[in-house]
Design a protein. Structure first.
Length: 252
């Protein structure tokens, strides 16, 4: 909430909405990793280490994308617009007869292809939609018209058509469906592990692929305190007696 992210997320300004996953935790981890790698690189050059300071608020604020720039340029406070795009239309989620799809008609030439693909060439002669700026101005009527047309056929029909005609589009999958996505499977994004207490379970794989190094998740999450000795003694130089003392005192 403090970062401004909730204020630009959701269906309207009366319903600020948090993201569907823990983005503050995730981005903080990603930026911390980048910071550590940068500090290690600096140590190679200077021979000196340094503290890496990462704040969760900073991390989420840094990914507000164009919301800050739009406000600084116009003085108008950005508001949530659901799945719409602030400056491109049509660019949103649309209902089909059996689900929802995302469509991104990013310019006027794509608009022509799009209208021809869905059999609505009449829209090309409608002065309300003659340019991207006009489509933004008349977005409400445009969305009603397109949802009515697209809801008459299934998602697969439209996506096959858009793929053939070069219209950027994709299906809105639920979690069960994305687990069956051929790309997710082919790119090893589902990894089966065995945990000593939780048993066999599946976790998301590593999204970074290397040309010559195999990235793999080999172990499940560690138990609480599983690596105490490895870290405190092996890496930080603590003695075994000091480790035992911490254990006896309940510190670890």
């Amino acid at each position: 909430g403090m970062s401004g992210m909730m204020s630009i997320t959701g269906p309207d300004e009366n319903h600020p909405t948090k993201a569907g996953s823990s983005i503050a935790d995730i981005f903080s981890g990603v930026f911390t990793c980048i910071g550590i790698l940068s500090a290690l690189r600096a140590r190679e050059r200077t021979g000196e280490g340094q503290m890496v300071d990462v704040a969760m608020l900073d991390c989420v604020f840094s990914v507000l994308e164009n919301a800050v720039a739009r406000y600084m340029a116009s003085g108008v406070v950005p508001k949530p617009i659901g799945n719409l795009h602030p400056s491109i239309a049509p660019f949103s989620s649309f209902s089909t007869s059996d689900g929802q799809i995302n469509i991104a008609v990013g310019n006027d030439s794509l608009w022509i292809k799009f209208c021809e693909a869905i059999g609505r060439e009449d829209l090309l002669n409608d002065e309300r939609y003659g340019s991207n700026d006009l489509r933004i101005t008349n977005l409400d009527s445009l969305m009603i018209t397109l949802n009515d047309t697209l809801s008459r056929r299934g998602s697969k029909h439209w996506l096959n058509l858009f793929e053939k005609t070069g219209i950027p589009a994709g299906k809105v999958d639920n979690i069960a469906e994305v687990l069956q996505n051929p790309q997710i499977i082919a790119r090893d994004m589902l990894v089966s592990l065995v945990h000593p207490t939780a048993g066999e379970h599946t976790v998301p794989g590593i999204p970074i692929k290397f040309s010559s190094t195999k990235a793999a998740i080999k172990k499940s999450a560690p138990l609480l305190g599983e690596h105490n000795k490895e870290i405190l003694v092996g890496l930080l130089g603590m003695s075994n007696d000091e480790l035992s003392e911490l254990e006896d005192e309940g510190v670890i």
